[in-house]
Ligand binder design. Structure first.
Ligand code: PRT
Ligand code: MG
Length: 213
């Protein structure tokens, strides 16, 4: 049997994937928040975890550095799905990808708007679909700050409670997509390690279904 490498990001996705994995009989033997190890063994002899940045999960899986991974649909939409199969919605780390800004921002297309975001591709697609001219400003975090200091008119970011927007005087304006975390699998690995991966997916799917009921 092959050692299955599962790419996970620490924080929200790790925490919320853990109970689903546990129901599938797989438990990491270390805590990524306290350990400096980037490869975490599990109680299962043929499964280990690779701890990577959330936005790097698609790259690891696509290039075969990991057989599979868990990643937010936002990251997946931004990265693109080449070489990846997306067999399962884990229904965790739910949020919405939103356009946000000041309540009085003019969205009537009368002026070219500047949009700050780390989701440049998603933002470009969204505004193109609505035939609106925008200038995209690529940021890597703290998007909510950008309109306050006059860097942009709008931001595109993921929103959960909306508390971060509200704390910075911003409001959600348009929804781009409902987001949850997905299992992604390397397309070639799905063929070469089909039995191992299929059985893991079946167990995870059962755990997700159990969560819904
Ligand atoms: O932190 P890093 O740059 O390494 O990567 P990351 O920010 O992408 O990772 P992480 O762990 O923060 O998020 C992983 C995934 O969780 C994202 O890709 C989303 O799919 C999902 N998710 C769910 C969220 C949120 N909810 C969320 N609320 N990701 C980020 N947030 C941010 C939000 O943008 C805001 O700044 O959390 C803050 C609080 O949100 P509010 O709306 O509740 O105030
Ligand atoms: Mg983060």
């Amino acid at each position: 049997m092959t050692m299955l490498n599962i790419a996970l990001s620490k924080g929200r996705i790790f925490k919320e994937t853990l109970p689903l994995l546990a129901k599938a009989g797989i438990e990491p033997q270390d805590n990524p928040d306290t350990s400096r190890k980037l490869i975490l063994p599990s109680n299962h002899p043929n499964v280990q975890f690779l701890i990577v940045r959330a936005s790097d999960v698609p790259t690891y899986v696509q290039l075969g550095g990991a057989h599979l991974g868990v990643v937010g649909k936002d990251v997946l939409m931004e990265h693109g799905g080449d070489g990846l199969v997306e067999p399962l919605d884990l229904n965790i780390a739910r949020c919405r990808l939103m356009v946000a800004g000041y309540p009085d921002v003019k969205l009537d297309g009368s002026q070219r708007l500047r949009v700050a975001t780390k989701f440049a591709n998603c933002a470009r697609r969204h505004f193109a679909q609505h035939a609106r001219q925008v200038e995209i400003i690529k940021l890597y975090g703290s998007m909510e700050l950008a309109p306050i200091v006059g860097l942009c008119d709008l931001i595109v970011d993921v929103v959960d409670s909306g508390a971060t927007l509200a704390a910075n005087g911003l409001v959600p304006l348009e929804m781009i997509a409902q987001i949850s975390s997905r299992v992604v699998v390397n397309r070639a690995a799905l063929k070469t390690n089909n039995q191992q991966i299929s059985s893991l997916l079946t167990s995870l799917e059962a755990a997700v279904t159990q969560n819904k009921n």
